[in-house]
Design a binder for this molecule. Structure first.
Ligand SMILES: Cc1cc2nc3c(=O)[nH]c(=O)nc-3n(C[C@H](O)[C@H](O)[C@H](O)COP(=O)(O)O)c2cc1C
Length: 176
């Protein structure tokens, strides 16, 4: 798919088939994520955790629902794969780990769109780790890393075909 078309077709998918994505598709998405720009080129300050274990996905789902007081909340919308992006904070560049995660996730979302997968940027599920500290240990993160964002991946129930019009919807001021 041409890049501008992928940008126009990408949207947050909130309905997924239960079928797992192939390892080939997963690797395409992960490779795209790893090609993203990262502050100061510090790729070792970013960590990706692929979760395809339904029992762990269920635990995070329940803890998120609990944190929000919404028992029926489905933070992953039934997607069979969750990629958690974790980062290491850097005192010299406050919040850079969040910016890094955003770049990695958008690259993954566009790659997913390109190969016909649905995706959605995820933030709400992070509340699960604040609510249940033990859950964080199940991510097996290296020392010093904390989850900062995530992306759900799966086959959308409806294929992504509609191209949004690319126009300037965000307010812009230009200084010439
Ligand atoms: C930083 C960030 C956090 C987000 N967190 C969530 C989330 O937790 N759950 C969710 O369903 N969508 C989440 N989204 C998706 C946005 O709601 C969505 O991208 C936006 O409404 C635009 O819609 P589109 O992605 O279909 O173009 C998040 C997006 C961003 C950039």
């Amino acid at each position: 798919m041409e890049m501008m078309k992928a940008i126009a077709v990408r949207k947050s998918t909130r309905n997924y088939k239960s079928e797992q994505i192939s390892d080939d598709s997963l690797n395409i998405v992960l490779n795209a994520g790893c090609a993203a720009p990262v502050g100061m080129g510090a790729y070792d300050s970013v960590h990706l955790t692929v979760i395809q274990n339904s029992s762990l996905l269920d635990k995070i789902t329940k803890a998120t629902a609990n944190a929000f007081g919404s028992p029926n909340m489905k933070p992953f919308y039934g997607a069979p794969t969750l990629i958690v992006v974790s980062g290491k904070a850097n005192d010299k560049a406050p919040h850079v780990e969040i910016a890094n995660a955003a770049c990695v996730i958008e690259n993954m979302a566009l790659a997913a769109t390109d190969i016909g997968l649905g995706s959605v940027y995820l933030w709400a599920f992070l509340a699960s780790f604040s609510k249940e500290k033990e859950l964080l240990k199940e991510l097996n993160l290296p020392e010093g890393f904390v989850p900062v964002s995530g992306i759900a991946l799966g086959y959308p129930t409806e294929p992504l075909t509609k191209e949004k019009e690319l126009k300037q919807t965000i307010k812009i001021n230009t200084i010439k």
